[in-house]
Design a protein around this ligand. Structure first.
Ligand code: ZZB
Length: 278
C-alpha cells in the first residue's frame, strides 16, 4: 500500500517536549501523515493526534539528495518510523534515530503550517486537537483533518466546537483545549458531488444523525458513502485543480506536493511489518 504523507511545519512556540529542537539550523519541519485523499488538502482545518498515543521525533534526511538535513525531524509513531527507515527517508538505512519520545497529549494545541504554497491549506496556522479513534498502527498516527469530506473529521471537529464537550475531552486527555484552537476555523468546501452536495461529510452526518466522534458504526457508513461519491463523481471546487474531476486532481495534487517537497510517499506493508530484503 502506498501512502502520501503530508509534511507540516511546526510553528513557534514549540511544545515544551520539542523545545530542545528550537534553534536547529534548518527549520524544524514536518509531520508526515498518511492520507489517501491528497486532493482534499485545501480543506484542512486542524490536525489530529491521539492523546495517549506514544510518538517519537526521528531524524530525517532529504529524500532526493540523500543529504542529512540538520534539525529536520519527522514526528510519528515508532512503527511508522521503522517503515520509513527502509525507504531512504532517514540518514541510516533501516535504523530510525529517535531523538525524542512523547505522548500525543503533549502536542495538543501546538501550531503547524500545513502546506508551504497556498492554496493547499486555507489557514496559515492550524492546531493539534484530540481524536480518540486514531489507530496507532495505521500510517504515522498523526492525521490531518478535512471536515468537509471526512465524516470522522467532521464529527470530531463539531465535538471540538462545543465548549462542554471540549471540556470533557480536555479532562479525558489530561490537557487543556482552548477555544482559540478551533473557534476561528470553519469547514472549507473543496469538492462537490451530485448526491452529497458541497460538504459531503456534513450531509452524511446529518442524514445518519451522527452527533459525536464516538458513533463509529454510523461513521463507517458515512465514510464509505463520502469516499465512493467523491472518488467516482466528485469535481473539485477549490484548490489548484478546481474544476477537475477528483480522480484527476488526486494524482495531480499528489505529484505537485511531492515535487514541491510538501509530501513524501512511502510504502506500508499490509499486516505485519517486515523489512524489505532488497
Ligand atoms: C485526509 C482525508 C480527507 C481523509 C477526506 C479521508 C477523507 P481508510 O479509508 O480507512 O484507509 N487516517 C489516516 N491515518 C489514520 C489513523 N492512524 N487512524 C485513524 N484515521 C487515520 O482511512 C484513510 C483515512 O483515514 C485517511 O485519509 C485519513 O484521513 C485517516 F476527505 O486524510 B484522510 C471519506 C474519507 N474522506
Amino acid at each position: 500500500q502506498e501512502y502520501t504523507a503530508i509534511k507540516m511545519r511546526l510553528l513557534e512556540p514549540l511544545p515544551p517536549v520539542l523545545a530542545k529542537f528550537a534553534g536547529s539550523q534548518a527549520p524544524l519541519e514536518t509531520h508526515p501523515r498518511r492520507t489517501l485523499r491528497p486532493e482534499t488538502m485545501c480543506g484542512q482545518t486542524n490536525a489530529w493526534i491521539l492523546p495517549e498515543g506514544e510518538y517519537g521525533a526521528f531524524e530525517a534526511r532529504q529524500p532526493r539528495s540523500g543529504r542529512r538535513i540538520l534539525g529536520v525531524v519527522y514526528l510519528c509513531a515508532a512503527r511508522a518510523a521503522r517503515n520509513m527507515a527502509f525507504q531512504d527517508l532517514f540518514p541510516e538505512w533501516g535504523r530510525p534515530k529517535q531523538l525524542a519520545t512523547f505522548f500525543g497529549r503533549e502536542l495538543l494545541g501546538a501550531a503547524v503550517k500545513a502546506g508551504r504554497s497556498a492554496p493547499l491549506c486555507p489557514y496559515e496556522r492550524i492546531h493539534f486537537l484530540p481524536l480518540l479513534t486514531i489507530s496507532m498502527t495505521k500510517g504515522t498516527a498523526i492525521v490531518t483533518s478535512v471536515p468537509s469530506d471526512s465524516p470522522d473529521d467532521y464529527a470530531a471537529f463539531m465535538d471540538m466546537k462545543n465548549a462542554k464537550k471540549r471540556e470533557y475531552y480536555s479532562g479525558q486527555a489530561g490537557a487543556e483545549l482552548r477555544a482559540e484552537w478551533i473557534d476561528p476555523f470553519e469547514v472549507v468546501p473543496v469538492l462537490q458531488t451530485p448526491e452529497l452536495g458541497e460538504v459531503a461529510a456534513k450531509f452524511m452526518c446529518d442524514k445518519l444523525g451522527i452527533t459525536s466522534q464516538k458513533e463509529v458504526e454510523k461513521l463507517k457508513e458515512a465514510h464509505d458513502a463520502c469516499y465512493t461519491a467523491g472518488f467516482y463523481k466528485g469535481v473539485m471546487t477549490a484548490g489548484p485543480f478546481a474544476g477537475l474531476p477528483v480522480q484527476e486532481a488526486k494524482l495531480k495534487t499528489k505529484a505537485k506536493m511531492v515535487a514541491d517537497g510538501e509530501a513524501i510517499t512511502y510504502l506500508e506493508p499490509e499486516g505485519l511489518v517486515t523489512p524489505r530484503s532488497t
